[in-house]
Write a protein that binds this ligand. Structure first.
Ligand code: GLA
Length: 400
């Protein structure tokens, strides 16, 4: 983990304690009216975010490089359109209180123009605190002004991270709700459609009140890391929250780690499959300029992306769990069903599925498609794949 990332993480953990001790618990944020749904992000947003790979080291040149890669490697055509700069772009405010990018970024409007010229969209990060999670300038007291600045720069997506506000206010649901609504209203009035993405670790069941902040997605878990346990925990936790996710309002189990090097390709195939089945936002977090063919094949699995982007946006459910095999199913808008067989064990394992387990409609399927092998399989036989350690098989089944 880059040392900057570690520092930011420590800051996230340490600030609430320091903040409470320093100020006591009597400060509450004035109430803010609910903000209606924006109507943006009918489908889970897809794109790239700088944090997982670059953390505090990201520069404008890196971001331009990502946009170049996305416009030429098939990602843009596959639906990955947001190019999102996470924390550490922020500089000082000018005499009128306008936020300025720091020297790593220079001219933010020029960067947004560059990204737009590639047929992509541009995202930024801020916090309701005076400081962001990594200690840069946050939006506290400048929400309306910052929203107008973002609109003027051409920002299309804002990730708004509570972490930095923890040293200013006691961590209560009321305070979080008010501060998230405040920016939601500011974005609504900014004169440009900006997808609003909330970031905290799933405190206070944010999925129950996130929809009233104007946000289209909200993080439901602490930060992901590039490790199997971290990824699988965050992904599978979403099954219990399925009722709170759907078109225009998405649970967000955090960004993709695919291609960052800490997991095997089987494990990365599992993340792609699980996130697509949930469905969850698909925000790549690797260096797109240098990714290998296996990583590209995983991120660009068009048959899985079609699952993620199914307009019906119905959630995955667990069909059953047996030994190390976990079977998830998801109804697609066209009447087909997607079945994911996940091997969470430490050795390869055989999975079995009889068609009648999927209900009478699927007792004699007309077509069964393997979404990783990109081939049809014999619908006359039950499924019996052998699945590698931490691996997955995903099939799309069409009823008779
Ligand atoms: C928090 C968020 C991360 C990232 C960092 C940036 O930890 O959860 O996703 O945005 O802040 O400082």
């Amino acid at each position: 983990m880059p040392s900057f990332h570690r520092l930011a993480l420590l800051a996230c953990l340490a600030l609430p304690i320091a903040g409470h001790a320093a100020h006591g618990d009597d400060r509450s944020v004035p109430f803010e009216q609910p903000v209606p749904a924006s109507g943006l992000a009918a489908l889970p947003p897809m794109g790239w975010n700088s944090w997982n790979h670059f953390a505090g080291k990201v520069t404008a040149a890196d971001v331009r490089g990502m946009a170049d890669a996305m416009a030429t490697n098939g990602m843009r055509e596959a639906g990955y359109v947001y190019v999102n700069v996470d924390d550490t772009w922020e500089g000082e405010r000018d005499a009128d209180g306008n936020i300025q990018p720091n020297t790593k970024f220079g001219d933010m409007k020029a960067l947004a123009d560059y990204v737009h010229a590639k047929g992509l969209k541009f995202g930024l990060y801020s916090s309701p605190g005076a400081k962001t999670c990594a200690g840069f300038a946050g939006s506290f007291g400048h929400e309306k002004q910052d929203a107008r600045t973002y609109a003027a720069w051409g920002v299309d997506f804002l990730k708004y991270d509570y972490c930095g506000a923890r040293d200013q206010y006691p961590v209560t649901q009321a305070n979080q709700e008010a501060l998230f609504r405040r920016m939601g209203a500011a974005l609504r009035d900014a004169g440009r459609p900006i997808v609003y993405s909330l970031s905290q670790s799933g405190e206070f069941d944010i999925w129950t009140w996130g929809p009233k902040t104007g946000a289209s997605l909200w993080r439901t878990t602490p930060d992901i890391s590039d490790r199997w346990e971290s990824m699988i925990d965050r992904g599978f936790r979403q099954l219990d929250l399925a009722a709170w996710s759907g078109p225009g309002h998405w649970n967000d189990p955090d960004m993709l780690e695919i291609g960052n090097g800490g997991m095997t390709d089987d494990e990365y195939r599992t993340q792609m499959s699980l996130w697509s089945m949930l469905p969850a936002p698909l925000l790549a977090g690797n260096d797109l300029r240098t990714m290998d063919a296996a990583t590209r094949d995983i991120l660009l699995n068009r048959e899985l992306i079609a699952v993620d982007q199914d307009p019906a946006g119905r959630p995955a459910k667990r069909l059953r769990q047996e030994g190390s095999i976990d079977i998830l199913v998801r109804d697609m808008g066209d009447g087909s069903m997607v079945v994911g067989l996940f091997n969470r064990g430490e050795a390869s394992a055989a999975a079995h599925l009889a068609w009648n387990e999927l209900g009478s409609r699927f007792s004699a399927p007309t077509k069964v498609r393997d979404l990783w092998r990109h081939a049809d399989v014999d619908p006359g036989k039950p499924l019996a794949p052998v699945i590698p350690r931490h691996g997955v098989a995903v099939f799309r089944i069409y009823p008779g």
